[in-house]
Design a protein around this ligand. Structure first.
Ligand code: GCO
Length: 468
């Protein structure tokens, strides 16, 4: 069996190399991604699971935040969300129908450790056992995110959450317990998803949980989250039952100038925003400016943050623009998604190249999120002709292919999201799924974008025009 499997892999890889050669020689317009390229989708626990107080789950900062009137559009909450806690088998079957190689999901920390420290909740732990086993039975790689924004409320109440250094040790202990339990079956692990959002949106603008508006706290949280990544990485490696692929997922924005005369501003913004994360993670350094904002800093912190990583996950939705006049919106002639984000696929290629150029030591890259919110209509026949989303995905995937051709080591692409789900402060008003969810009935329907994506994942190929 094993040999047959290997032979099939070899045959597939051979065909793929031949197809890439044909593309490069101008004999075909079909581009074949490398044979190891991973096609996936992602979700996060609070956005899809629901079952917010079931089977011993503790309260999270998002449970609490959603209960305060005015925080979330239409007063929506993640109490039920996509009910994936009860419907995971159906959802994983959808992943199979979409031909996905991987499913990226997060563990709800308060589900498995209700108070964020101390006793584990076996019922919550066994939920992820079942989810993982289901994925493996379908031949889909589970990719676990340890923290996607739903901190146990008890840690917020008792310690001040990530503003307090003790939370770092609690995160490391939680990580150790998860890796000990699941790493016999799960190879891919992410410590944190988009720590910029947790710190800045959660503690400076207050747009996200826990809803704090204090720049000093936000800066400390940003630093402490990086400590969590470092301490979590060490804990994960020590508890691992196999060699792990361990990394972090960042929303690195590429800043570009609307007017070429402002290019220096764009350069500065890139160095500041991406540098805030990549300098300490990859080089064990902070810029003077970054350091100035952090009150509780110890020299050895940088050594802790600077752990070897097996990959870097990048979430890309839009570029950010700079202009000396301050006016960047709207860009004449530009398209925007329902979030008001500019559609600019070429900047994804530039971002991937820029990271490789400025940080040659960067580990292999994955595009861990990319996708778009548009309003969807279900036709009488039950179809969702979401052409704009399909085009958004297609055009960004083209740019990933071009980045690979440029020599950037991109190993996979994850469409955001498998399902329409709870879009944080926007509630259920913004749909990112390649699968439609009717929130009244929980019925799922694969959208046209999903059908297209399934075919792309199956064939590992796209049509790649030469004049992009
Ligand atoms: C993010 C999140 C997702 C969002 C998506 C769209 O990392 O911001 O991972 O949870 O839903 O980005 O806003």
């Amino acid at each position: 069996m094993k040999t047959n499997h290997n032979l099939t892999q070899l045959w597939k890889a051979g065909r793929c190399h031949a197809a890439r050669l044909a593309y490069r020689l101008g004999l075909s317009d079909k581009y074949c991604f490398p044979p190891y390229f991973l096609w996936g989708t992602g979700t996060s626990a609070y956005q899809v699971e629901g079952a917010h107080d079931q089977d011993g789950k503790g309260e999270s900062i998002w449970d609490r935040f959603c209960r305060s009137p005015g925080n979330i559009k239409n007063g929506d909450t993640g109490n039920i969300a996509c009910d994936q806690y009860h419907r995971f088998a159906q959802d994983m079957e959808l992943c199979r129908r979409l031909n996905l190689g991987a499913y990226r999901f997060s563990i709800a920390w308060p589900r498995v450790q209700p108070l964020g420290r101390g006793a584990l909740n076996e019922k919550g732990m066994s939920y992820y056992d079942r989810l993982i086993d289901e994925l493996l039975a379908l031949g889909i790689e589970p990719v676990i995110t340890l923290y996607h924004w739903d901190l146990p409320q008890a840690l917020q109440d008792d310690l001040g959450g990530f503003a307090h250094r003790d939370t770092v040790q609690h995160f490391a202990d939680y990580t150790e317990a998860m890796v000990h339990r699941y790493s016999d079956r799960v190879k891919f692990w992410t410590t944190l998803n988009e720590p910029w959002c947790s710190s800045f949106l959660g503690h400076q603008t207050g747009y996200h949980a826990p809803g704090i508006k204090d720049p000093l706290i936000a800066a400390q949280v940003a630093h402490n989250l990086l400590l969590c990544h470092g301490a979590g990485t060490i804990a994960a490696r020590a508890a691992a039952r196999q060699k792990l692929d361990l990394g972090i997922v960042l929303n690195l924005t590429i800043s570009e100038a609307l007017n070429p005369a402002d290019a220096h501003l764009a350069d500065k913004a890139f160095a500041r925003d991406c540098g805030f994360y990549l300098e300490p993670l990859l080089r064990g350094k902070y810029s003077q400016a970054a350091l100035a904002g952090i009150k509780d800093f110890k020299e050895q912190d940088l050594r802790l943050i600077n752990q070897p990583m097996d990959y870097l996950g990048i979430n890309y939705y839009a570029r950010s623009l700079v202009s000396s006049t301050g006016k960047t919106h709207p860009v004449p002639g530009a398209e925007y998604t329902q979030m008001g984000w500019e559609v600019h696929p070429q900047a994804l290629r530039r971002l991937l190249n820029r990271i490789r150029k400025d940080y040659p030591e960067v580990p292999p890259l994955y595009v861990t999120e990319n996708g778009a919110a548009y309003e969807d209509l279900v036709t009488q026949a039950g179809r969702i002709n979401d052409t704009k989303r399909l085009e958004y995905l297609r055009r960004h995937i083209e740019q990933v292919a071009l980045a690979i051709e440029d020599g950037v080591d991109v190993r996979g692409y994850f469409a955001w999201s498998l399902l329409d789900n709870f879009e944080w402060a926007e509630g259920y008003d913004r749909r990112f799924g390649i699968v439609h969810v009717d929130f009244a009935t929980q019925e799922r329907r694969i959208k046209d974008s999903g059908l297209w994506y399934a075919e792309t994942a199956r064939s590992n190929k796209i049509v790649l025009p030469r004049n992009l």
